[in-house]
Structure formats: C-alpha cells, structure tokens
Design a binder for this molecule. Sequence first.
Ligand SMILES: [Zn+2]
Length: 338
Amino acid sequence: MLPSLAVVDEPAFDEHRPPSEHPERPERLVAARRAVAALAGKANVERVPARPATDDELARIHTPAYIDLLGQSAGRWSYFDADTYLAPASAAAARLAAGGAIELVNTLLAGTVERGVALLRPPGHHARPSGAMGFCLLNNVALAAAHARARGAERVLIVDFDVHHGNGTQEAFYADPSVTFVSLHQFPFYPGTGDVREQGSGEGRGFTVNVPLSAGADDETYAAAFSRIVAPIASELAPNLVLVSAGFDAHRSDPLAEMRLSAWGYGTLVSMLASAVRAGTPIGMVLEGGYDLDALEASLEALLGAEPPPPPGSLREGTRHGLELDRALDAARRFWHL
Ligand SMILES: [Zn+2]
C-alpha cells in the first residue's frame, strides 16, 4: 500500500505577489507543486483544505496591535520593511497560509495520516510576534506548534533547516519548555540571530538549540550536525509532533545563500530526523524559503519512508565546520544527553 501524504496548497497563496522583481514570488510554489506532482504513483496525496486562521489562533503568537495592522493593509500595496512587501491580497493569503499550517496539524494529530507538507506563501519563520520581517507576515510554523499545544500535544519539536535563522520562531517560544526549537543556519548571515549562546530563557532554558555554521557547509557537515545534535535531541525529547521549517535555500544552487547542500543531502537529513523519533510520530513540513524542487522532492520521498540513502562520508575532525559543530554540541550538552 502506498504511504499517504497530507498536502496543503491553495491558489490564493499566489495572490501574494511582489510589486517588482523579488525572490519571494509565486513561481516558488510552481516549483513546489511540481515536486508534489512527481510523487504520483509513490504516495496517496490527500488534500487538506486551508481556511483563514482566526484572530484567537493568531493571538497565540502575534500581538493584537500587529494583527490589527495587518488587517488594515488589506486591499492596498505597502511595505513593512525594505524586504517585506504587501500586495492587496497578501494579508488574506497570510491568514490562509497560517490556517493551512493549523489544518495540517489537525490532520496529523487526528492520526489518520502521519506525514504532511504545507506549501505555503507567504513564508513565516522570520515573522516576529510583534511584526512582519524578512518576506514573512505571519509565523506559520509557530502558529502550527501553538495550535498543537492547544490541542493537548505536550512536546512539540520544530526543526528549522532553512539557511536563515528562524528568529521569529525562536522568539515566540524562547521561554517555553513545551516547544523545542532547533535551527541550523548560515552564520553570520541574515537576520543576525542564532548564536549558540541563544539557548532560551527562564523555564525555556535549553529548549532553544542553535547550530550556526559558516558559509560552505555541505552534505557531510549537515549530516554530522544531524547525527550528533539534531537526531539525539529528537530521540531524547520524544515529541508528540515534529514540525519542519523546510527552507530549501541551503541548497548549493540557491542564488542568495552560500551553503552546499544537495537534494540528496536534504533527503538524508529528513530520513535521519524521521528515524530518530518514535514510530508513528507525525511529521509536518512547512515551506519556508528556497527554490530547489529536487531538494523538496527528495525530502518528501524521505518523509514517506523511501529507503534511507547510504550514510554520507564523515566530517573530518578539526576542520572549520567540525569546530563549529563541537561548539554547538558543547552548548547543547548543558541540557541534553549528547
Ligand atoms: Zn531562508
């Protein structure tokens, strides 16, 4: 029997359009849709309809003042910052994307489908509780995690492998021990956060784990990060739900960043994550940045349990990336059995 994949995708996500040339544009979803279509014959694709997130759902993460401001932007062109545009239909698209992430969680927690992907625009992980940032309007993955918590999931794990640090998601759960946030990202790089010393505050100490890597990290570096840090944390945490902030901009062909992951590498990371958690743990991928449709396709195949690829070569000790991983490992060891 074919494995099932829950998919959120709505034509209205395309109505979030830039006023001029911009990397965050509707063509990104065209590529993502091709990756899902390529699964034909390998999976039962189950469409999950999105719906606009309610004010109460948004208020789990975002401030009332920001929710109001976003609502006022409907129907006209504007900018939140130099990067973050709003088309007349962007606020509605953002609410629908957030509601799509929430409905993906509803489907996964219902237990009939264990794997899912939400092909969302606008993306979300830079959106802060108090405002839009870095192409992102509402923090889809954070809203999804908060919804899972509201439904009674005790431990939620968010793994963010977008090449940029998920500053908005980190901020949303910085003092919250019930949502563990693990991010791998190019550093130093936009948005400037994500140092290993950012580990959470108060009750949330230890539940934020940052793995900053300098430019040029490849499949072997990322695989080492997963085998030494991400997979052991996922295994120790035993989450009720895993959400992936799935950005494909760490791919070697990405025009904006400088990492060297291959499509095969992405598939390996997803396989390692899926095999680190207990059998039956639902996993949902939420699209963030990046274009590479081969990387998305490889990730979806890995998510569906395709034969895990052979282990990549091991990272040499003492290299620049090896030392960076040692530093992240030392920081995380204060809180986890690594
Ligand atoms: Zn990104």
